[in-house]
Design a protein around this ligand. Structure first.
Ligand code: SPD
Length: 283
C-alpha cells in the first residue's frame, strides 16, 4: 500500500494525496501542524488533518483571498491579516505598491516556523512593511478601532482555534477595526461539503447584518475538499464589481500581473457568478 494522506470530508468520501515522507510534525498549544513531501504537489501543510496548502496549488487561494478585496479599496495602505501564518496572503497583499503596513496576526507560531523552513518560496518575510504578531486574532481585532483599510481573514476550518472566525461578534469587531471605506475578505469553505453549510450560512447572515455590501465568490483549488472554494467579500459601501473597481483592477494589474497565475480581470468578474445550488446556501 503506497503512503497516502487522506482528508475525509464526508463519511468515507475524501481526497487522497500520494506522499513521499513526513517532514514536520508538531502538536502545538493549538493544533497538530504537519508538513509532507508529496508525490505530485510539492510540500503539503496540514493542520489537524486538513489540507492548508501545497506548493503547487497555493497560488489560487492566496491570489483570490487577497486581490479582489485589495482592488476594491481605492488606496489600501494599512492591511490586517488574521491567520495567514504560511505567509502566502501577505505575499500577495505586499504586491500592491500602495501598501505601507501589514499586520499579520497568527495565533500559532508553529505554522510560521514550518512555513519558513519547508515553504521558503511562499512568505515575503523580509519585507519591512510586514509585522508578524503571535496573538489571538479575535482579541487583536476587537481592540482595533477604525485603523485598517483592508481586513483579510485567512483562518483554517471552523473547528478548533478558527471556530470564532465564523461568528457575528467577530465580524462586528472587523467592521469597527476598518476605516469608513474599509473592505473585508474571508475564506468561507466549500459549498460542496454539507457539513460546512451551517458555517457558510452563519457567516453570510452575519456579514449581511454588519456590513453594507456582501458578496460570495468562488475559486477552484484542487487540494481543498471537492475543489470548489468560497470566499466572502464585504464592504461599508464599495461594490466589488463596479466599473470603478474593474478600472482599478486593469490599471493595478499592469504593475504585477506577471507574478500571478490565477487572478486576472476576467477571473475577478467571473468569480462572483454563483451556480444556483451555491446561491441557495446563502439565501
Ligand atoms: N480546508 C482548508 C481551509 C484552509 C483555509 N486557509 C488556508 C491557509 C492558507 N494560507
Amino acid at each position: 500500500m503506497p503512503l497516502q494522506f487522506n482528508e475525509f470530508y464526508h463519511e468515507n468520501t475524501g481526497l487522497t494525496i500520494g506522499l513521499k515522507k513526513l517532514l514536520f510534525s508538531e502538536q502545538s498549544d493549538y493544533q497538530l501542524v504537519e508538513v509532507y513531501e508529496t508525490d505530485t504537489w510539492g510540500h503539503l501543510m496540514t493542520i489537524d488533518g486538513m489540507v492548508m496548502l501545497s506548493e503547487k496549488d497555493e497560488f489560487v487561494y492566496h491570489e483570490m483571498v487577497a486581490h479582489p478585496v485589495m482592488f476594491a479599496h481605492p488606496n489600501p495602505e494599512k492591511v490586517l491579516i488574521i491567520g495567514g501564518g504560511d505567509g502566502g496572503t501577505a505575499r500577495e497583499v505586499l504586491k500592491h505598491s500602495s501598501v505601507k503596513h501589514v499586520d499579520m496576526v497568527e495565533i500559532d507560531e508553529a505554522v510560521v516556523r514550518a512555513s519558513e523552513q519547508f515553504f521558503p518560496g511562499i512568505g515575503a518575510w523580509d519585507d519591512k512593511r510586514l509585522k508578524v504578531l503571535f496573538e489571538d486574532g479575535i482579541a487583536f481585532v476587537k481592540a482595533a478601532k477604525a485603523e485598517y483599510d483592508v481586513v483579510i481573514i485567512d483562518g483554517s476550518d471552523p473547528v478548533g482555534p478558527a471556530e470564532g472566525l465564523f461568528e457575528k461578534d467577530f465580524f462586528q469587531f472587523c467592521f469597527d477595526a476598518l476605516k469608513e471605506d474599509g473592505v473585508l475578505s474571508a475564506q468561507t469553505e466549500s459549498p460542496w461539503v454539507q457539513e460546512y453549510h451551517k458555517s457558510i450560512k452563519k457567516v453570510f447572515k452575519a456579514l449581511q447584518e454588519v456590513f453594507t455590501e456582501t458578496e460570495m465568490y468562488l475559486g477552484f483549488i484542487p487540494l481543498y475538499p471537492a475543489g470548489m472554494w468560497s470566499f466572502a467579500f464585504a464592504s461599508k459601501g464599495v461594490q466589488v464589481q463596479s466599473d470603478e473597481v474593474l478600472e482599478r483592477v486593469e490599471k493595478g494589474l499592469t504593475e504585477f500581473s506577471d507574478s500571478l497565475k490565477y487572478y486576472n480581470k476576467e477571473v475577478h468578474q467571473g468569480a462572483f457568478a454563483l451556480p444556483g445550488f451555491v446561491k441557495e446556501i446563502i439565501q
